[in-house]
Design a binder for this molecule. Structure first.
Ligand SMILES: *Cc1c(COP(=O)(O)O)cnc(C)c1O
Length: 451
């Protein structure tokens, strides 16, 4: 087939495709690159322009692109079989991967339920928690508590657990009711941004919600350490261990969504590890295949799992599954990914880079529009404000985040903002030199757009 020219590709895209989270009217006139190849931490478009992959291809890439070990693992699996069902059958790669996942997961999580995306992994988590209590005879426990600003995916169940009005308002009539616990958003906490005070008050609010609803709560759901799509909202030290304590005290399950925070992003394999916490159910996706193929898993404790055991005619099985559940190619990529973490000592090598990023970020406060900077490991949010003293936000029509990332693209980096929050989430394997370049580009793009 003759190589389609860039203009032709763009015209055909605009004619046939509907992009996610995109105002397609703007898409008809906006500039966008057509990415044809990847090489290490760079993306290369059809014009041969190279861009640093500054948000890990939407938070999933781990070791860069075209990683020989992962490429090879997928090809090897392809030489055997691309897909076979998981209903009534099983296959070696999924078995091997489950063992490896359990080995690196927080201690006590012993069962792996596969699916294809983070949204599904969360959908599964909530159905699991719900059915768990029903089958244990505690039939009043039907409600879910969540953090405000939460994002857990785009399917209706996971949207119900979400709290980003911008995305979720329109679907309100379709959603089930949840209990919102205020997320510890220090920068915009109602009684001021003193960290100790925010910690104390947010934990009190958490306890109040769990105590007052104890008899009705099926689970308390949260992203541990850092709420990603919420705008990179980090949690104070002790927040997740307190959540663990309170969930136990008030007899509710604790569900961690580690879809974004998992696989090294926070500086440890899982965010839960920072405080030695084991949730009852944990969802993982994004980085699990190194950013190669869609795969997700919901991990559960033996106690949760056992509530689903019974005689065939008791109908206690977990009735959930997808056509491509545990796809062997994706499982092969995930095994190669976990092996690379070990072989490359990825987490260990990441530590100096995290400190370097911390140092570089200090400079950003010099910029007039930088109100707050939040970092957990390699997850970074830079909140831009119109007025630093009053914390007044930019108006949506100013599209401040979009303008900054457009500027960054011209300078050779792909970013993706969350409203006025500029996100940096480089692949774990990005080199110190590449990181430097990414930070230079980000700094000058914010400067250029806001000063
Ligand atoms: C991305 C994300 C999801 C949804 O995952 P998809 O694979 O996009 O469906 C869920 N939870 C968190 C925390 C995420 O960051």
């Amino acid at each position: 087939m003759e190589k389609m020219k860039t203009d032709e590709l763009i015209a055909k895209d605009r004619k046939h495709i509907w992009h996610p989270f995109t105002q397609m009217k703007d898409w008809q006139v906006d500039d966008f690159p057509v990415i044809e190849r990847g090489q290490g931490c760079y993306l290369v478009d059809t014009e041969g322009r190279r861009y640093l992959d500054g948000v890990s291809s939407l938070w999933c890439n781990v070791f860069g692109h075209r990683v020989p070990e992962i490429d090879k693992a997928i090809k090897k699996q392809l030489g055997k079989i691309a897909h076979t069902t998981f209903l009534g059958l099983t296959h070696p790669t999924s078995i091997e991967l489950a063992g490896k996942l359990i080995r690196v997961a927080p201690k006590g999580l012993s069962r792996v339920f596969y699916s294809d995306s983070g949204s599904e992994a969360m959908e599964i988590a909530l159905k699991m928690a719900y059915q768990y209590w029903q089958q244990r005879g505690e039939t009043k426990k039907k409600k879910f508590a969540k953090l405000t600003n939460a994002y857990h995916g785009d399917t209706i169940g996971s949207v119900s657990l979400g709290g980003i009005d911008l995305f979720h308002q329109i679907y309100k009539p379709l959603l089930f009711e949840t209990l919102a616990v205020p997320s510890p958003y220090r920068y915009r906490w109602s009684s001021g941004d003193d960290p100790e005070r925010v910690k104390k008050e947010s934990l009190e609010a958490m306890e109040k919600a769990l105590r007052e609803n104890a008899g009705e709560l099926a689970a308390f759901v949260m992203e541990p350490l850092m709420q990603g799509a919420a705008g990179m909202i980090d949690q104070p030290k002790g927040y997740i261990s307190r959540a663990r304590e309170l969930a136990r005290k008030y007899n509710t399950l604790l569900i961690f969504d580690e879809v974004a925070t998992g696989f090294g992003r926070t500086g440890k394999m899982f965010a839960s590890e920072h405080e030695g916490v084991t949730p009852d159910i944990m969802a993982v996706a994004k980085g699990i295949t190194g950013g190669y193929l869609p795969l997700a898993a919901t991990l559960a404790t033996e106690e949760v799992y056992e509530a689903f055991l019974g005689k065939y005619e008791d109908f206690k099985a977990f009735y959930h599954g997808h056509t491509y559940t545990a796809n062997p190619l994706a499982c092969a990529a995930a095994i190669a990914t976990l092996d690379l973490f070990k072989k490359d000592r990825t987490i260990e090598k990441l530590q100096p880079k995290i400190r370097m990023m911390q140092n570089r970020l200090k400079d950003f406060y010099k910029l007039k529009a930088v109100g707050d900077i939040r970092q957990v490991g390699t997850m970074i949010g830079i909140e831009l404000v119109l007025n630093k003293a009053t914390k007044e936000s930019f108006r949506p029509q100013e599209k401040i985040g979009v303008r900054v990332i457009e500027s960054a693209r011209k300078k050779g980096a792909i970013l993706r903002p969350l409203g006025p929050v500029i996100v940096l989430m480089p692949p774990l394997a990005m080199t110190a030199r590449e990181l430097d370049k990414l930070f230079d580009i980000t700094y000058s793009s914010i400067e250029e757009t806001t000063e």
